[in-house]
Structures are given as C-alpha cells and as structure tokens.
Design a protein around this ligand. Structure first.
Ligand code: ADP
Length: 438
C-alpha cells in the first residue's frame, strides 16, 4: 500500500508522455509523408518539362542540324525564364554543348536524353538548384511545425491528464485520510457527474459500508460471546467456590463437580458451535460429500425428536419421497434438520403441529419445516440467523442462539439457501433449498 501523494503526479506525467510520444510520432509520420510526396511531385514536374523540351529539340536537330537547334535554344532561352542545358553528342565522338557549357555538371542536373536515327545523342538537363532551394525552405518550415507539435503535445497531454486525474487524486486523498484516521464512517464525496469515477467512488463507499457493517457485526458478536460466556463461567466459579467454602462432604462435592462439568460442557458446546459456524462461513469446513437421500436425514431427525414432541403434546409428521437426493455431508445435514425440527418443537405449544416435507422443485431439493407455534415477530425476522441472537419471547426456552446461524452456514457451504416465512402467533416455515444430486 502506498501513501505517497506524489504517485498520481508521476502517473499523470507518464500518461502525458505516452500521449505526447504517440501524437508526435503520428505527426512526424504525416510531415515526412508530405515532404516526400512534395519532393517526388516536384521531380516529376521537372522530368515532364525536360522530356517535353527534349522532343522539341530532337525535332529541331533533325530538321536543320546543330544550327537550327542552336537558334531554337537561343530563342527559347531569351523568352523562358527557366534555364535549360542542352548538349549534343555526335555519334559519341564529338560533344557540342549548345548552352551553358560551364554549368554542365550531370550531378547537379535532372537529365533526359534521346538518340536520333543517325546515332546523334541529344541531352537536355535542368538544374535541380531551384528545387533543392524550395525543398530546403520547406524542410525548415516542417521542422518548425514539428517543434510546435511537440510543444503542443506535451502541454496538451499534461493539461488533459491533469484534469482527468484530478478526481482520482481527490479519491486517493480521501481514501488516505480514511486509512490514516481509521474512521470507517467517513465517505468520499461524489462529484455528481455520474461517470466511471463516480461509479468507482460509490463502489468504494459501498465497500466501506460493508466493512463498517462487518466490523460492527463482529464487535457485536464478540460482545455477545463475552456476555454469553460470562453466565456459565460465573455459575461454574460460584459452584466451585461454594463447595470449597463449605465443610467437606463427599456427596455434595461430587454434586458440585457434576454441576461444574455441565457448565463447562455448555461453554464448550458454545465455543465448538461458534467455530463450526466460522469454518463453514469461511469455506474451511471439511465436508465429506456423498450422495444422500433427504428422506433418510429427516427420518433420523424424526426418530430423535418424536418422543420429545409427543411428551410436549406436539404432533410431528414427515412426508418425504425417495427420489430427492443431494451431494452433501450427511452428519452436517442431520445437524441442519435436527436444529430446525428442535426449534419447531421448542417454539410450538401443546396441541400444535410440526410438518417436515421433502420434495423437489425448480431443480432444487427442498426441505421444509412448518410449525403452528408462536411465530417470529417481524422486527426479529431479519436477525434470527445472527450469531447468539435469541428472540425476546424465547429466552424462557433452553438454547444458545446459535442453531439457526449454524443451519445457514452449513446450507450455504453446500451451495444452498435457507429462507423463513413467519407471522407472529401463526407459526413459522423454514425452507432449505439445496442443489439436486446430478
Ligand atoms: P435458539 O437457541 O434461541 O433456539 P436459534 O439460532 O435456533 O437459537 O434461533 C434464534 C431465534 O429465532 C430463537 O431465539 C427464536 O426467537 C427464533 N426462532 C427460531 N426458530 C423458531 C420457530 N420455529 N418458531 C419461532 N421462533 C423461532
């Protein structure tokens, strides 16, 4: 994690440089292309002029020999401003240069030649100086333009990236402030532009909401655990202390020790269940998955709770087909069914009913536990799956407030969901959905 506030600056510089390099490279490519196209078309134009003249001169030479050609050249050179060089080579032996013999330097001339029928070679040359001069000025102008492009690209790129990065920098500063102060209740203000950065900011804020929620929930769970551990531990200590303070009596001491074991068991069960829930939620729980028929699971739970329900005057009934199977850890699924049926029997008064159904629907295996008991008040519905939560009206019953948390954690570890529907005083229905055995 970096806390260097200059980072975005370097990042901006890097983007600006990339932008400038691309822009300048593109511009230079265009400039070079323009230059070469211009140079090529100038050279082509010169060639056309020379070839035109060559035709004229060759015709003049054929008409009247060197004399007529010389007269034509002279007449033309007086009229035309463009200086052309003309040379006639007679059958390779004698060279008669008709104009500007001092300027006849083939390296500085654009030339064209034609051989006549009698073997005479007529050559016309045109100085490239004027063209070179024009191109040199063109090059200088293009150089200046390129320099301007570099300056514009650098400043433009810098300004553009700076304004684009400003919101990111604001976001980074806000995040750093939150990290520094540790205040998870602070939020980064939205720009209100509705763009990608605003989306990022609101996502970041949503993440902070979630973290804050988790931290609060963890703090709450820790408070609850400490509170719930205090009662059995205080009782355990009190029992031991009283036994120690009283006169030795083996029978009473044994009773006190048995009470201590019971309280210690209660603490252990609570801690083990809490650890199971954490393991299932984090995905660390070892699940021994195998094909399991849900009917067997509910049958076992029925066998376990049948007597308890009977004793309480609650009718417990199951209805399950043979064809509903899932891939699951059998023991964990038995815990799920047992917890749901235990709650249903526990929170249903005498004369009530508990129905356990197993069916397949919508590609899922469904385990449904319905009771006609006290129901769950609407304000408690969203919290019954929280660790250590116990309903206000349920405190008279035995329980740790961990049963439903464990059910939810195990079901979700199996890729399923658990839902509840309930109305105060009119019973509750818990529905577990698990992926069918494929
Ligand atoms: P507990 O040990 O209190 O039963 P659970 O996690 O199993 O803990 O359940 C949490 C709370 O949800 C209970 O205290 C109770 O208020 C409520 N609850 C769960 N099942 C039922 C039910 N079948 N009928 C009414 N209330 C229920």
């Amino acid at each position: 994690m970096s806390s260097d506030p200059k980072r975005p600056l370097f990042f901006g510089l890097r983007i600006a440089l990339w932008y400038a390099v691309l822009f300048v490279a593109g511009s230079i490519a265009i400039v070079l292309l323009t230059y070469y196209l211009t140079a090529a078309s100038l050279a082509q134009r010169d060639q056309q002029i020379i070839r035109g003249k060559l035709g004229d001169y060759a015709a003049a030479y054929q008409r009247g020999g060197a004399r007529v050609l010389a007269a034509t050249v002279r007449a033309e050179q007086q009229a035309a401003p463009e200086r052309l060089f003309v040379r006639v080579v007679d059958r390779g032996v004698e060279s008669i240069v008709l104009s500007n013999p001092e300027g006849w330097d083939p390296s500085k001339l654009e030339m064209a030649s034609a051989r006549l029928a009698d073997g005479t070679l007529v050559q016309v040359g045109k100085s490239t100086e004027a063209r070179e001069d024009l191109l040199a000025r063109f090059r200088a102008a293009l150089g200046l333009v390129t320099l301007l492009i570099v300056v514009v690209a650098l400043t433009g790129g810098w300004m553009a990236t700076q304004s684009a990065l400003a919101p990111i920098r604001r976001l980074a500063f806000a995040v750093q402030r939150i990290i520094r102060t540790g205040r998870t209740d602070a939020r980064v203000p939205l720009e209100g532009t509705g763009d990608a950065l605003d989306e990022l900011t609101s996502l970041f804020n949503a993440m902070l909401d979630k973290i804050e929620g988790l931290v609060t929930a963890m703090r709450g769970a820790l408070d609850n655990v400490s509170h719930d551990l205090r009662t059995p531990l205080t009782r355990l200590r009190g029992t031991a202390e009283m036994a120690l303070a009283a006169a030795p009596d083996p029978d009473r001491d044994r009773e006190a020790l048995a009470d201590c074991v019971e309280e210690a068991d209660r603490v252990l069960v609570m801690l083990n269940t809490l650890m199971d829930i954490s393991e299932a939620e984090s995905g660390a729980m070892q699940l021994r998955r195998e094909p399991v028929a849900l009917r067997e699971i509910v049958q076992r739970a029925f066998d376990l709770y049948h007597d308890v329900a009977d004793a309480k005057g609650v009718t417990l009934a199951i209805s399950a087909g043979d064809d509903v199977a899932v891939t699951a850890d059998r023991t964990r699924l038995e815990q799920v069914a047992a917890n749901l049926i235990d709650n249903a029997v526990k929170y249903t008064p005498a004369g009530g009913r508990v129905d356990v159904d197993v069916e397949r629907a919508g590609g899922h295996a469904i385990l449904r536990v319905r009771d006609t008991g006290q129901g769950i008040p609407p304000d408690e519905l969203s919290r019954i799956f929280d660790r250590l939560f116990r309903g206000d009206r349920s405190r008279a019953e035995r329980g740790l407030g961990l049963g439903l948390s464990l059910v939810k954690a195990i079901v979700e570890a199996h890729g399923g969901t658990v839902q509840v529907a309930s109305e105060s005083g009119r019973g509750s229905t818990f529905t577990v959905r698990l992926p069918l055995l494929s």
